[in-house]
Ligand binder design. Structure first.
Ligand SMILES: Cc1cc2nc3c(=O)[nH]c(=O)nc-3n(C[C@H](O)[C@H](O)[C@H](O)COP(=O)(O)OP(=O)(O)OC[C@H]3O[C@@H](n4cnc5c(N)ncnc54)[C@H](O)[C@@H]3O)c2cc1C
Length: 431
């Protein structure tokens, strides 16, 4: 099959078909974005009795939620020592506990809603690209065991062949709690579950403007969309890497970053087994990292920030070749394997590389997952919905400082990304 510029996961999933209807005049909550964050929030709100409309400029799961690697990961993007120095012991403990809970949250929704998405607690493996990265694993595992009573297993270089069929790494670290799934099937199932809970989802409905407005004596918001307007008592924003001008304050706090994935043809069973004997979710220790896994039908799925800019036809095509070379560096056994699919998507980084949730300008939001969004987005959607319903759920990410760009030098257009990309490459070279 010739190379397709298309998201492989979509060939395996059946996304809900939704009839285009006119917008209601008023709802309790308008949720912007139909990815993991927005759908999870909408489902929880509706189960608590709210009338909810999800407004999505494209279709369910169109954003990062159908395009990602399907790695349901514990931990956060930042390492534990950095977290401890930024937030202290008590708050970091709560954050780490929450990161473990995110996996249970995804698993519970999948069970409750019977979502057929190949969810499996296969664990993740981080592999060290340098000796000093490996030396740090033992220290990290020790801190995590002591501070968070969570066990990670350090894998010496000579034991690594039981985990991965690559000789380029200096060792690894395994977390058995992480999981894998098919993201397009998961977001399709979450969409169906959300509608079953009573939520109305409006696709092809781009939110253009949100203004404070009272309605029959109630404070709320007037929302102008590409298909008319509606009034909502509350707004929840779940637009992640696709956050735009409708929510300018949030847009200024987020950096959209392109990430790209290739998948090979279906591999022979013996070769797949050699490359990933335990079928882990794998990523390496670089800043400019590679992440990879086998798909349930035994393709190698190999991703990375091949270009730093969000996806366009040009960046996607260029990424296919860059990623293929990267994949062969890791697995020379795949030299002759055909690459059948390439696609890209946009994820969001906050300036401190942390997830953030709460209220900004009076609107609720949850963003900033930095490539750890499958689990965290689902979890935060649920937690913020609970908060909006009047509960006080434990959520250590609400209320932490949410920094903008240094000196305020950013209007939401990431002109500095090529420089950031080069800087990360330099750090990988020297670090
Ligand atoms: C290539 C890639 C690989 C990744 N791999 C992993 C992984 O393996 N593990 C992991 O944990 N995370 C991964 N991530 C990150 C993860 O996919 C995201 O963090 C997560 O999907 C975010 O979900 P979300 O619902 O917040 O945003 P999205 O799924 O991006 O959804 C946002 C939605 O908002 C809509 N929208 C935006 N503006 C408007 C508007 N004005 N009006 C209406 N709708 C609007 C968009 O159309 C979009 O559908 C990856 C991301 C990418 C791109």
């Amino acid at each position: 099959m010739p190379l397709q510029e298309h998201n492989y996961w979509l060939t395996t999933a059946d996304l809900p078909k939704i009839e285009l209807r006119s917008l209601p005049d008023r709802v309790d909550v308008a949720v912007i974005g139909a990815g993991f964050t927005g759908l999870s929030a909408a489902r929880t709100l509706a189960k608590r009795g709210a009338r909810v409309a999800v407004l999505e400029s494209e279709t369910i799961g169109w954003g990062a939620s159908s395009r990602n690697g399907g790695m349901v990961l514990t931990g956060m993007k930042l390492g534990v020592n950095q977290l401890l120095s930024m937030y202290g012991r008590e708050l970091t403990r709560r954050m780490y506990a929450a990161s473990l809970e995110t996996i249970d949250c995804v698993e519970q929704i999948i069970r409750e809603e019977n979502i057929d998405c190949d969810f499996s607690r296969c664990g993740h493996l981080e592999v060290a690209c340098k000796q000093k990265h490996f030396d740090d694993y033992a220290c990290q595992a020790e801190v995590i065991a002591r501070e968070f009573t969570h066990q990670l297993r350090v894998i010496q270089r000579h034991e690594l062949s039981a985990e991965i069929g690559s000789r380029i790494y200096y060792g690894g670290m395994v977390d058995e709690v992480s999981a894998g799934l098919n993201p397009a099937r998961y977001v399709a199932g979450l969409g169906r579950a959300t509608m079953k809970a009573g939520v109305e989802i409006f696709e092809h409905t781009r939110v253009q403007r949100i203004e404070r407005a009272a309605h029959e004596g109630n404070q709320g918001w007037n929302i102008t969309t590409s298909r008319g307007s509606l009034w909502a008592r509350e707004v929840f924003v779940g637009t992640s890497g696709y956050t735009g001008r409708a929510t300018p304050a949030l847009q200024k706090k987020l950096i959209p970053i392109g990430s790209f994935i290739i998948t090979t043809e279906v591999l022979p069973e013996a070769l797949a087994q050699e490359l990933s004997p335990r079928n882990r979710m794998i990523y390496d220790s670089k800043n400019y990292l590679y992440y990879y896994r086998l798909t349930p039908d035994r393709r190698m799925l190999f991703g990375g920030r091949a270009a730093f800019f969000p996806e366009t036809n040009k960046t996607i095509r260029r990424s296919a070749e860059i990623l293929r070379r990267g994949m062969i560096d890791v697995f020379p056994q795949l030299r002759d394997a055909k690459v059948e699919y390439v696609w890209g998507g946009t994820l969001d980084f906050a300036f401190d590389i942390m997830p953030h949730a709460g209220q900004l300008d009076g609107m609720y939001y949850s963003v900033g997952y930095a490539g750890h969004g499958v689990a965290m987005a689902t979890y935060q959607g649920q937690k913020i919905a609970e908060l909006m319903s009047g509960d006080k759920p434990e959520n250590p990410f609400v209320g932490i400082p949410f920094p903008g760009a240094p000196l305020g030098l950013y209007n939401g257009k990431p002109w500095f990304l090529p420089f950031a990309g080069m800087w990360y490459k330099v750090l990988d070279w020297v670090g």
